[in-house]
Design a protein around this ligand. Structure first.
Ligand code: EPZ
Length: 415
């Protein structure tokens, strides 16, 4: 198992270029199955989840050219095969192949998706949505088999604004000449990125205030789509800048999608300079405590809750974080407390962070992708050396994180 070693307390200055969004590309890649001609995706992040998704596409027969963060995919020879556990369990988003294969072949078979241990993460909303589209769903020993003679028009009201279910419905219906309405859809920017891709291929999908209307098309043509910047990677580096930055410049971003985090950083007395594609941020020498409640977009993102926890260990007083999306997303707290933070898990929905605490290096274990990021941030500010084990999770979602940090002055190594 790989580990990361960090010598803490070094000022970070220079520029960090943000990569394409993990939670976009894991949907854009399966969506290429819907195209009847070759398609191109640019600004592709170099992360393990992309490798895992490409492996599934190649297993199905995709012809892929991948260089300089650009992927050209020709799916003319793709076949419908059962996606085995060893390919599907590498990432939760493998379930997007359900929608994509249903769209093209009216049938899909895949084992249960993998993903972080941050909660039960059921897919009942996905399955109920498939059923409303006239799709038969059968499950036997962890393998999902979906089949239909024809996908029908319908209106689907989501019990929760699920990102994954919204995307799976888009993938399932985009290639059928039907009209599907999703009420209570998720509104994350990554969904807009997928809709942009599908509309450029030839669908007519309309995003309204409270619903999405999908007018599918049976023929979807060649196009190029740019992966949007990763707003969670952006937020992670902004938090690092607020703790250690000296005019640290974060490039290739859309600041508008990080408003919730930016507002909380400002509320805690961090200042920054924004342009339409970058943010320059420096260390906040007097972090005011703040209270956070995670919410669906555009609220404070659950994926930044764990990195922000580390930031609040340095606040001058008591802060609280309420996690409303997942039921088990505080596993990093135990590890942070090994570094001398003073965080209390009040219940599985709320933690209290007592600051400021001087973090001291130690050996800690990464339990999930964003929890791992919170430990890297802690290592960067701790006195002495911090070793983080089990860091494969982190490499799933942060492109080139070691070199991006080294290039701005961090003393960080991977072994
Ligand atoms: C996406 O997960 C992201 N992953 C997650 O990012 C992110 O935390 C989450 O959206 C919320 O923003 C990808 O996009 C690949 P949901 P997803 O369906 O689609 C419950 C990261 O760190 N739910 O919006 O799985 C679910 O248990 C990852 O990059 C059901 O109950 O999120 C959760 O409590 C972590 N039934 C809530 O809804 C369902 O059928 C939100 O889930 C589906 C979801």
């Amino acid at each position: 198992m790989k580990k990361i070693t960090i010598e803490g307390n070094h000022t970070l200055s220079g520029e960090i270029n943000i990569s394409g969004a993990k939670n976009s590309i894991v949907a854009l890649l399966p969506a290429t199955i819907l195209a009847d001609e070759p398609v191109t995706i640019t600004n592709v992040p170099n992360i393990k989840d992309v490798e895992a998704t490409i492996a599934i596409l190649q297993y199905l027969g995709s012809e892929i050219t991948y260089q300089n963060n650009t992927i050209i995919i020709d799916n003319k020879n793709i076949q419908n095969k059962e996606i085995p556990d060893n390919l599907a369990n590498k990432l939760r988003a493998s379930y997007y192949f359900m929608g994509a294969l249903l769209s093209k072949f009216k049938e899909a078979s895949i084992s249960y998706p993998g993903g972080c241990p941050i909660g039960k993460r059921p897919i009942d909303i996905h399955l109920n949505s498939f059923k409303k589209l006239n799709i038969d769903v059968s499950i036997e020993n962890n393998n999902y088999h979906l089949k239909t003679n024809n996908i029908i028009s319908n209106t689907i009201t989501l019990a929760k604004p699920s990102v994954g279910a919204t995307i799976n419905i888009l993938l399932t219906t985009a290639k059928t000449k039907t009209t599907t309405i999703i009420n209570n859809p998720a509104k994350e920017p990554e969904i807009n990125n997928l809709i942009e891709f599908l509309n450029k291929m030839g669908t007519n999908i309309i995003i309204n205030k409270d619903n999405i209307i999908i007018n599918g098309s049976s023929y979807l043509k060649s196009t190029t789509i740019q992966t949007i910047p990763d707003r969670i990677e952006t937020g992670t580096y902004l938090i690092i800048g607020a703790l250690l930055g000296n005019k640290l410049k974060i490039n290739n971003i859309n600041p508008l999608v990080n408003t919730a985090l930016i507002n909380k950083l400002k509320e805690s007395n961090t200042s920054m300079t924004l342009t339409d594609s970058s943010i320059t941020i420096s260390k906040n020498h007097f972090i005011k405590p703040v209270n956070i409640t995670t919410k669906e977009y555009p609220g404070f993102p659950t994926d930044l809750q764990q990195p922000f926890t580390t930031y609040l260990t340095q606040a001058m007083g008591k802060s609280t974080i309420k996690e409303t999306i997942y039921e088990n997303r505080f596993q990093n707290v135990k590890e942070l407390n090994k570094l001398n933070s003073h965080i209390n898990i009040d219940n599985n929905k709320q933690i209290t962070i007592n600051g400021p605490t001087k973090l001291v290096g130690n050996i800690v274990n990464s339990t999930d992708l964003r929890g791992g990021a919170s430990l890297i941030i802690a290592g960067l500010i701790a006195e002495g050396t911090t070793t983080i084990t089990n860091i494969e999770h982190i490499l799933r979602g942060y492109d080139n994180i070691i070199n991006k940090l080294k290039n701005v002055g961090a003393k960080i190594e991977i072994e």
